[in-house]
Design a protein around this ligand. Structure first.
Ligand code: UDP
Ligand code: MG
Length: 316
């Protein structure tokens, strides 16, 4: 029977944040009063992280925390992204158990008791959730999301689960392990499985957000997926090296072919078209390989600068 912290990254969630607080608090109160037969806690706290919202999210957080002493918040000086918000919230949280949840109620708080039960009674260190449907999501997005998980599964050494949400409940031990990864390029979907421990998965149907709209454009998701691949796999580098070696052999074969043709048929001037094709093809190949190397170098560059993940302007 201990404290449960709820960490919530919020970016322009002025409407959702109240609804989230009310809804989640009901569940937590029940767990605290022992009305929930599954699991019991001694106390709970909320740690909201305002990720540089431009709407009234911060006002909403101030209001909630003035009324309720169990509510703490952090406010960033600008938008630093969900990954930074998660890191800040986890660092500030104090409970023996910590849950990370989105502010839009897409992560159903009604799952919390079962998730805590798995940790308290079944020997798990983490309870994770996975959407089993993607209904109400644009089909193009679902298609590319599926492809991403396939590619990621093949490339990286950590199992990244299709449909996995960031909604997780973990022990302090698990949280400390997550925080011990101090990298700047954070990809939580890879960090959680990377730290290991026993994780129990909970499936649920996709829920629509209660208010506001998604912060992820297709392009943002695409860049995020590249971050994930670069952060958790070096196979693209191996791949470009292999392609390089294969093309050396292909060109050797071609040289042989041309020499033999020269001996048999003489040397009429021809072949400029094929020459142009080869030049453009290999220029493309070289640029691609260079681009892949460049992506890794850019990540090294941001790592070595060791800039802080976020800047706090207000805290309570
Ligand atoms: N979020 C954030 N910073 C950002 C973008 C999003 O803190 O730069 C928060 C957002 O407020 C929400 C959560 O991350 O609580 C998930 O965002 P969203 O619901 O837009 O993503 P989706 O559920 O559509 O994947
Ligand atoms: Mg959402």
């Amino acid at each position: 029977m201990k404290t449960l912290s709820i960490v919530v990254p919020c970016f322009n969630e002025e409407e959702a944040v109240f609804l989230f607080y009310e809804e989640t608090k009901k569940i937590l109160q029940k767990m605290k009063n022992g009305e929930n037969e599954k699991s019991k806690i001694e106390s709970f706290e909320f740690v909201f992280v305002d990720d540089g919202s431009s709407d009234k999210t911060l006002d909403a957080l101030r209001q909630i925390s003035n009324k309720d002493e169990n509510v703490h918040y952090l406010s960033f000086s600008r938008n630093f992204g969900k990954e930074a918000a998660l890191f800040a919230g986890l660092s500030k949280s104090d409970g023996e158990y910590v849950a990370v949840m989105d502010a839009d109620l897409q992560d159903p708080p009604s799952l919390l008791p079962e998730m805590l039960f798995a940790i308290q009674n079944e020997g798990y260190d983490c309870a994770a959730t996975r959407r089993v449907t993607r209904k109400n999501e644009p089909p193009v997005r679902s298609f590319f999301a599926r492809r991403f998980y396939k590619i990621m599964g093949k490339l990286s050494n950590v199992p990244v689960v299709d449909g996995a949400r960031d909604f997780r409940l973990m022990t302090k031990k698990f949280k400390d392990a997550v925080l011990s990864l101090s990298e700047r390029n954070r990809f939580t979907k890879g960090i959680f499985p990377w730290v290991g421990f026993k994780t129990k998965w909970f499936d649920y149907e996709n829920v629509e957000r209660v208010a506001g709209k998604t912060k992820w454009s297709f392009w943002k998701l695409f860049l995020y997926s590249i971050d994930g691949i670069i952060g958790f796999s070096t196979k693209p580098l191996v791949f470009s090296a292999v392609v390089g070696v294969v093309s050396i052999f292909a060109s050797l074969a071609l040289i042989l072919f041309i020499i033999i043709r020269r001996i048999i048929f003489g040397d009429p001037v021809q072949g400029w078209a094929s020459l142009v094709c080869f030049i453009t093809f290999f220029a493309g190949l070289q640029l691609t390989a260079l681009g892949i190397v460049g992506l890794y170098i850019s990540k090294i560059y941001t790592e070595v600068k060791q800039r802080p993940l976020y800047v706090i302007q207000e805290e309570k």
